[in-house]
Design a protein around this ligand. Structure first.
Ligand code: ZN
Length: 93
């Protein structure tokens, strides 16, 4: 496998020797853990934004954080739309 960033061949640990980017896959438990972490209000969202903006050397984790961030923005847009249009998301009565 080759680095998408610089084109160098990756070493046996899926790390580029040139730009140090890691292509190691995230495990199933890793995905579950990160999803729970990103769902935490405030602290989880701060970690999500840091990872999405490139706070990790792992390409897969960065892309997962970016996709989760997009999902969060879409969710926020729907909530704002529901508030503007006065739709009951949680009909309590
Ligand atoms: Zn590279």
């Amino acid at each position: 496998m080759y680095c998408y960033n610089c084109g160098k061949k990756l070493n046996d640990k899926n790390i580029c020797p040139e730009c140090q980017k890691s292509y190691t896959p995230i495990s199933m438990w890793g995905y579950l853990g990160y999803e729970i972490l990103f769902a935490l209000p405030v602290i989880g969202w701060i970690i999500l934004i840091i990872l999405a903006l490139g706070g990790t050397k792992n390409i897969n984790l960065r892309n997962f954080a970016r996709s989760y961030f997009c999902l969060l923005i879409i969710f926020i847009i729907f909530v704002i739309l529901a508030i503007i249009l006065n739709i009951d998301i949680l009909p309590l009565n």
